[in-house]
Design a protein around this ligand. Sequence first.
Ligand code: NAI
Ligand code: MG
Length: 353
Amino acid sequence: KTLRIGLIPGDGIGREVIPAGRRILEALPSSLGLKFSFVNLDAGFDTFKTTGKALPEKTVETLQKECDGALFGAVSSPSTPTPGYSSPIVALRKRLALYANVRPVKTVKKNPSPVDLVIVRENTEDLYVKEEKTIETSDGKVAEAIKRISEKASWNIASMAGEIALRRQRVRESGAESIHKAPLVTITHKSNVLSQTDGLFRSTARSALAQQKYKSVGVEEQIVDSMVYKLFRQPAAYDVIVAPNLYGDILSDGAAALVGSLGLVPSANVGEGFAIGEPCHGSAPDIEGKGIANPIATLRSVGLMLEFLGEEQAAAKIYSAVDGNLEEGRLLSPDMGGQAKTDEVVEDVLRRL
Ligand code: NAI
Ligand code: MG
């Protein structure tokens, strides 16, 4: 089987870490029966400066027509308001109907305060519908924004959380060490205040997770503010957290702080039959061109992309090679307190693979 992967490096260190993603795909053992072909695609601020478009139509069309999945590096945002510019990854999520953003946050073995959780964020609605307006009143300006929650999107995202909880349990049952024993989904909301919008999210997520196929998955709820408190006090208590768009955005950046470096945290944007792996960090202009960007977030994002393309075995091999590198701790990049270059970290991971 051959999977065709779109490579979208973007700006800054995106161009240094996406090649690492390609290398690890090429290095997967042939016994998996998987082959890959690649197509390089443009997007980002540099692309905007030369072509006037941050996301060229050709990039979208190639992904739609030719590709099974993609890797996205990072893009720089203009520091001053720039007419015509809008974020290419936000546009890609819309164009390709990637309705979920999935972000696992995990410490390596022997960490005194272990974390092994995944945040599943709804990616299409909530306050991100960007329907805002400003009204002049006799008391000055008043700005308003629409928070839109649908039964359909809430059902889909909660079902995905259920699937992820089951998959994580399968991996545990196959012998992987974990701090969790049973699958658990935590539904995050603020329905005590927003009884209609968050109320609909909560009740729909409850119904979705009550389906027979998820009967082995524990379900609990957490109001989002106490969720933040508990996430920082006892992160080990969480397995899968599902949230509407805005809370999910905030929780997932917060959770990334639990593991030390942004250079470790992967994500995937997932739709029906398509996934884009994307490291959580940005274009890091402060270290661009030095060859010291941590490639781990990207390598883990490759694993995530493969999981959502149904290649769980290949993904597991990547995760364990990465964990091996981190557990030994000999070849670490500077953000982790080491001195290794990007390529040295990649080569160490490839050796373990
Ligand atoms: P950033 O994530 O680029 O960098 C924050 C800090 O973390 C910097 O000190 C950087 O050197 C370090 N860092 C990030 N990734 C690293 C890695 N792989 N290895 C080692 N160190 C790493 O966030 P910042 O500085 O706020 O934004 C820089 C640019 O990136 C901005 O234009 C911003 O808009 C954009 N950005 C893009 C994102 C995306 O494409 N998804 C996400 C976040 C920011
Ligand atoms: Mg964010």
